[in-house]
Design a protein around this ligand. Structure first.
Ligand code: SAM
Ligand code: SF4
Ligand code: FES
Length: 350
């Protein structure tokens, strides 16, 4: 029962009570939540997180292994047409070194993220997965769109999870922002990942030009339809060397409301407190952890490369070492009474 219900918030309270009990809402009800000031919504999401995921926070060690990308997503600093970025690609040994730092520190998941860099063909990705899997860790891939057969090879050799945000379910908007890409293929990739048995992560960007609250509600309904195992919500942070350089910067609160709503409607999934949230709001990840999130992805890329993985400006930690971030995030998590999980943090584990 929600103690804070009063006349002013009566309808909002009713929607939240229904959501907490049934984990199902209509599009109109989701829109009401996203239009609210967020106060009651965040409390409800935090209650749901505690009930289904306890106080544990899963840490995933993120390695940004190449900033080379064949795509031209309108919002992203790594887009192929951004000639002002200094491109890099780590070697397999460099990636293994980063992974070992995380594994030695007790991390149970390694996240391998890159632009759509086709130098990393399926044989090279498989070799990397095989080597990392010699240690007892889970692997998450975040390398963009590949064929069903490639996804299958990665899964067969040991990849556990895959992150591929749909970015927006508004087909027209998707088309405008992703030249030479296909919305249908993006959706198909996600269903392929599900079918292959990956823990499948998706999510959206909040604050895209012409994106409506109704469209964000559709995004949330899509995550539910897919039965996503992880959902990452990113506030758009306009990058000066992209076509969206003049887009709205003030996207933290709406992103947090989308994330909190996802928690209530998908109570047992994993939800990261995203780096982008902290890059635009002081303590943004802690605010997110107190509003439904249960995962943090500290960066294990060595400092000299971190600066170059500039998907958006003013990214946190670009001058910090993996060791500094590890200690920093541990202290922050403990400071709000949460515990660092020692498991691999699958959606379905008890
Ligand atoms: N290339 C892979 C892909 O697109 O799935 C993985 C790497 S990509 C950099 C990871 C995520 O960064 C994207 O899904 C996108 O949502 C996010 N991103 C890109 N540009 C951004 C921006 N300007 N602000 C916030 N997030 C951004
Ligand atoms: Fe490339 Fe991913 Fe950035 Fe799009 S979002 S340009 S696919 S790195
Ligand atoms: Fe990198 Fe705090 S997480 S310094």
């Amino acid at each position: 029962m929600n103690e804070s219900c009063n006349d002013k918030h009566f309808s909002l309270c009713n929607i939240l009570q229904k959501a907490e009990q049934e984990h199902k809402l209509s599009k109109n009800e989701i829109v009401e939540l996203l239009k609210s000031d967020g106060g009651l919504l965040y409390k409800s999401a935090d209650r749901t997180r505690k009930q289904y995921k306890d106080d544990f926070v899963h840490l995933r060690g993120l390695i940004e292994f190449s900033n080379i990308c064949r795509c031209n997503c309108f919002y992203c600093g790594l887009r192929a047409e951004n000639s002002l970025i200094d491109r890099y690609r780590l070697t397999e040994n460099e990636i293994l070194d980063c992974a070992n730092i995380a594994i030695d520190a007790g991390y149970k998941t390694i996240v391998l993220q890159s632009g759509e860099d086709m130098f990393w063909d399926s044989n090279k990705i498989c070799s990397l997965i095989k080597k990392i899997k010699q240690k007892d860790v889970a692997i998450t891939l975040s390398i963009g769109e590949r064929s069903y057969e490639e996804y299958k090879k990665f899964k067969d050799i040991g990849a556990d999870r895959f992150l591929l945000r749909i970015e927006t379910t508004d087909k027209n908007l998707y088309k405008q922002l992703h030249p030479n890409m296909s919305f249908e293929n993006r959706v198909q990739c996600l269903w392929n990942l599900k079918k292959l048995g990956y823990e499948t992560g998706t999510g959206c960007l909040v604050g895209l030009p012409n994106q409506t609250i109704e469209s964000l509600a559709n995004d949330i309904l899509f995550f539910k339809e897919l039965d996503a195992d992880m959902v990452g919500i990113g506030p758009l942070i306009p990058h000066p060397n992209t076509p969206l350089k003049d887009a709205n910067k003030d996207n933290f609160d709406m992103a947090l409301k989308v994330m909190a709503t996802v928690r209530i409607l998908m109570p047992d999934i994993n939800i990261p407190a995203t780096t982008a949230m902290e890059s635009i709001r002081e303590n943004g990840r802690i605010i997110a952890l107190n509003s439904g999130a249960n995962v943090v992805m500290p960066n294990f890329t060595e400092s000299e490369y971190r600066k170059k993985y500039e998907i958006y400006p003013n990214k946190i930690c670009i001058n910090d070492s993996p060791k500094k971030c590890m200690n920093c995030i541990k202290l922050k998590i403990e400071s709000i009474g949460r515990k660092i999980s020692e498991t691999k943090g699958y959606r379905k584990e008890s």
